[in-house]
Write a protein that binds this ligand. Sequence first.
Ligand code: SF4
Length: 440
Amino acid sequence: MAHLKREAVEGLRGSTAIGHTRYSTVGVGDVQDVQPLVINYPYGIGVVHNGNLVNYQSVKDRLQTEMRRRCFTSSDSETILNWFADKLQGNSFVDIQKAVRSIFESLLGSYSVAGILGEAGLFAFRDPYGIRPLVLGSKKIDGKLAYMVASETIPLSFLGYKVERDVKPGELIFIDREARLHSLVLDGSREHRPCMFEWVYFAGAESELEGTPVYGTRLALGRNLAKLIRAKMDRGEIEADIVAPVPDTSRTAATALAEELRLPCREILIKNRYIKRTFILGSQEKREKAVDLKLNPVVSELKGKNIILVDDSIVRGTTSRKIVDLVKRAGAKKVYFVSTCPPIRFPCFYGIDFPNPDELIAAGRTEKEIASILGADGVVYQDIPGLLASLSETGGGRVKKPCMACLDGKYPTDVSESSRFAALRSSERLAVGEPGKGSR
Ligand code: SF4
């Protein structure tokens, strides 16, 4: 859809639509990777997909050798589409169930998928661990109920849909041509492992996932992190005059952290709102350039101050190091860099783009070593109990066992093919100008 003119989009007529802006965690971000991906055999089918397949390459191999299908992109979404198409023997709800069951049995990783099956209706399903979110909403249009599924509650509210519920892990939703909703949990045998990073960073602050508001969780992350900082202040390890957020995600947590420490919260970095999130830019060079362009220091507020600088996470450290440098050059006395997310020490294979451990600043390093690399006077991370407490306090314990594999290395699925996944991603990054391993 990205290359369609606005008038062309406005001219589209119909009762069913899908769309997705996927940030590249596979593929090189070419136009061929743009979603929805479509196929015409055995029916007209289009899908959009959020997540990543860990066993993408063996799935692709099987599609090509056993099923005699060809994939034309390097996107794992295309393998989901082809697998679904291959297993589909008709276009009824029962036929869709069989095809999705087969996906659940063979495709490993995270996938929230929505699709259109020509002349039949709209379907959506969520992987059996429910790693990536998917929500269902409804609204009355011309006296009839219409449905919408999305990866967050924000687009539902924006379009006037009432949030009905989260799609369950392993559940299939089907809305037929008469707008009747069918749903069935096809695989309810696994533990629900929603990605903790959605609440820490990824989801919009105004979203609510699994009955657990993102904004409230970020406040709680700030309060819980403040306890760890308070202990360091009491021991004389941190002296602070102000708390400041790194815009934008961490602003919520920084506010609560400052309240808890009874320190003023000040904006010392102003963001150029026309620059994309640096974390999701495809190459190191682009990320570094973006940091230069994206933040300006407020010298009057930071000069001569000891500052607790709050960010949602420290992934590669590229951005954090530049920010510390920027704030110090602008006249700050001391900078303590604090992260509302615990140390990210393991790669993610489920749709957040850090598949190589060598890129992660916290992998194998102490807080002191990390502070030295960042040029900070100290680094403080949230701990895992603080993260779990934040989710639990906000959502009344609805999120029982989130995926925290990037923190503790305990992956919900088999990740024995992860080295193939990481190698593929590295080669794709090289293709788009990423210097590669060890480039931090
Ligand atoms: S590994 Fe980390 S970022 Fe990836 S899905 Fe799990 S919690 Fe989320």
